[in-house]
Design a binder for this molecule. Structure first.
Ligand SMILES: *Cc1c(COP(=O)(O)O)cnc(C)c1O
Length: 681
């Protein structure tokens, strides 16, 4: 029953997407204008006090979080891991309860129920499309292991996927090993992709004797002869597939996954070679699957439609050539709406899961019926769409740094001219001239610095000049809410004046795609949401790397350069959540500055509350140093010997040396992240 309602809500959205013309992304200028008007309207019409609804709108939680995340009356983020099927948890209280169990931040919380709901949803959408279009075939999805290989997650996936004969996709030899060991669902498919050697193909072929259904997808023409000779040697008739290089162009970051120069797949002439050669080897009935993958996070449904059209034509032609076609594998690409805008922006998608399933099913039915070819079993390899929502990363803010506002002092007669100019600028700023005067102030400040560098301005004069410059900036920034058009250069000002929030996290370890490919993940405080977030900030991580920061945030029509945050309260923790980061981030995270894996817990909803299924402790310092070939015992021994030497030379007291040794040794067994004193643990 829950599944029914799930599918229904997906299809409701479908109607919205189709009829809502304003969802199309606008040009930069429209965007700036629209944004200002929204702000002005908001200020005019809303009551003075901040509300939870304002937080909902500001952080767009309904857009990207529905039906799993929302805000409760206490101003905390809540999680409904079963989606529309009831039951919810207060995320802030959950984090506090986990901290009492000695699980420090940063902490990755996985909700197994969300994973289950995603699998249910995907299957329900295909079931609905199959019923709607009277498709005389079925859907048999697989999860691409590369998206998140963690054992607990893959075990859950296999378990939750059982009712739908949901299988796995391996993209490498180690992933094949995992898939073979874990997949035990009768009838579920095991798609074997990626580069293959003899050992890979042999293992996959033999596994069919265990009752598994491995399908070996030929991605390189070299794999053909290996497969033929192994089939002859082993006396096994494998199920083979071909990955086609479609001419349909993907979009966005992975747009080059298609076309003749794509890294993977066979061109049409190569596919014909495969057919001829298999026919010759008496193995043409082994060729049963056509696969394509046009890249991840496909944001435009038109691209998906075009790819399906091309692929279904290839499928039908292969059947007409005599191949024993049974499966069409549409690969990954099903997008996630990270910014909740429902647009074809790269961090969003202009379709939903139901639209996706409908287009695939309808196109295949039409093309196959036209040529009187039986329709295929449909396979999708949706990774991102299944794994993203299930995990939430919680981290705390260690401190902030702001540009202080001080009322500037008037210059004295003897002050240098540029200081007088800055003072005059400051005094004259008003609603009409602020844009011009912003440029003037910037120019005067730069002049002050170059005069300082030439030795004609003292350091105290330079300080005076800089203070006046910041006062100008503050004054202008305060005017912005009153004007109805914010020029682009003043968006810079907001960025320049942003506070820095220092977070207890490594972007490189926990959100590598933020750094590597400018991916956007929704980030917001998980509490204090009934209070107005008065600050504008960017996030700076723990690493000693200027790239270790987050200064791009989701927005309705584009990207924001600052995030609305609350002022820290002394002695109180401030927790932020990064959402939708369950796909790809964990395995691609790296050990930059030796910040290790974070703590992770698996939470499952129970009738009475929740249950902690698994705790996976994050790396200790001892573990991370061992990844780079250090031996913790040797290190301790080294410090011990140096203590002895220093003792002998009377440079250290016995008590001091003992204390150093003890701290050193204890640290090695501790978490690599900071123990934030303002977050009582
Ligand atoms: C990465 C990959 C996927 C998963 O793509 P998503 O966009 O995460 O669904 C599926 N198939 C292949 C061949 C891939 O390389």
């Amino acid at each position: 029953m829950g599944v029914e309602s799930t599918a229904a809500s997906e299809s409701e959205k479908e109607v919205n997407t189709a009829t809502n013309g304003k969802i199309q992304r606008r040009s930069q200028n429209d965007h700036a204008l629209a944004k200002t008007k929204e702000t002005v309207n908001a200020i005019d019409t809303l009551p003075r006090s901040w509300t939870i609804e304002k937080s909902e709108e500001l952080y767009r939680i309904d857009g990207w979080g529905h039906p799993y995340f929302s805000i409760n009356a206490a101003g905390h983020v809540t999680v409904s891991p079963k989606g529309d099927r009831g039951g919810s948890l207060d995320l802030f209280e959950l984090v506090n309860a986990l901290k009492l169990r000695n699980l420090g931040l940063p902490l990755l919380i996985r909700f197994s129920d969300i994973l289950e709901d995603r699998i249910e949803r995907l299957n329900a959408c295909f079931a609905k499309a199959i019923a709607r279009y009277n498709y005389p075939g079925e859907y048999r999805g697989v999860f691409p292991v590369k998206c998140n290989q963690q054992r607990h997650l893959i075990e859950d996936l296999v378990k939750f996927g059982k009712p739908h004969q949901f299988g796995l996709e391996a993209g490498s030899k180690p992933e094949l090993m995992i898939a073979l060991a874990l997949l035990n669902t009768p009838g579920a498919l095991l798609i074997c992709n990626g580069y293959k050697d003899r050992e890979y193909i042999e293992t996959a072929m033999l596994a069919s004797k265990l009752g598994q259904t491995p399908i070996i997808v030929l991605e390189q023409i070299e794999e053909l002869e290996l497969a033929i000779s192994l089939s002859q040697q082993l006396g096994i008739k494998p199920v083979l597939g071909v990955r086609a290089k479609l001419s349909t162009q993907g979009v966005g970051r992975w747009g080059t996954s298609t076309g003749d120069r794509a890294k993977f797949g066979l061109t049409i002439p190569e596919i014909i070679t495969v057919v001829d050669r298999l026919r010759q080897a008496n193995l043409l009935d082994s060729l049963q699957l056509l696969h394509f993958h046009i890249g991840s996070q496909i944001s435009a449904i038109s691209v998906i439609k075009e790819a399906i059209r091309e692929a279904s034509r290839i499928y039908v032609e292969l059947a007409l050539l005599g191949a024993n076609m049974k499966y069409l594998d549409v690969g990954g690409g099903l997008g996630v709406d990270y910014d909740g805008s429902q647009t074809n922006f790269y961090a969003s998608k202009n379709y939903n899961m139901q639209n996706y399933a409908n287009d695939i099913v309808a196109e295949l039915r039409d093309t196959c019926t036209e040529r009187n070819i039986p329709v295929p079993t449909l396979i999708s390899e949706s990774g991102r769409a299944i794994a993203s929502h299930q995990s939430v990363l919680i981290f705390d803010v260690l401190s902030t740094s702001e540009i202080p506002f001080e009322s500037p002092e008037a210059p004295v007669e003897s002050d240098t001219q540029v200081i007088h100019y800055l003072w005059e600028t400051y005094q004259s700023i008003n609603r009409e001239n602020f844009q011009e005067l912003y440029h003037d102030a910037t120019q005067f400040k730069e002049e002050a610095i170059s005069r300082f560098n030439l030795g004609i301005l003292s350091i105290t004069e330079r300080a005076k000049a800089e203070r006046l410059y910041w006062a100008c900036c503050h004054k202008i920034l305060n005017l912005i809410p009153q004007i109805d058009y914010v020029p682009d250069d003043l968006e810079d000002l907001e960025k320049i004046m942003a506070s820095i929030y220092y977070i207890n996290l490594s972007v490189f370890q926990s959100a590598p795609d933020c750094w590597a490919i400018d991916q956007l993940f929704p980030i917001m405080p998980i509490h204090r949401l009934s209070e107005e977030p008065t600050q504008r900030g960017i996030l700076a991580d723990l690493t000693c790397d200027s790239d270790g920061k987050i200064d791009r945030f989701i927005d309705l029509r584009d990207v924001k350069s600052v995030l609305e945050l609350h002022k820290l309260k002394p002695g109180e923790p401030y927790y932020l959540g990064m959402f939708l980061n369950g796909a790809y981030q964990e395995i691609m995270g790296n050990l930059h500055n030796l910040f290790g894996d974070t703590n992770a817990v698996h939470i499952q909803l129970t009738p009475k509350g929740y249950q902690i299924e698994h705790v996976v402790k994050g790396d200790t310092m001892q573990e991370v140093v061992s990844y780079v070939q250090y031996d913790a015992e040797d290190m301790v021994e080294n410090i011990r010997q140096r203590c002895e030497q220093a003792l002998e030379e009377k440079k250290i007291s016995l008590a001091e040396s003992q204390r150093l040794l003890q701290t050193y040794e204890q640290s090695l067994s501790r978490y690599t992240y900071l123990n934030n004193p303002s977050s009582p643990s």
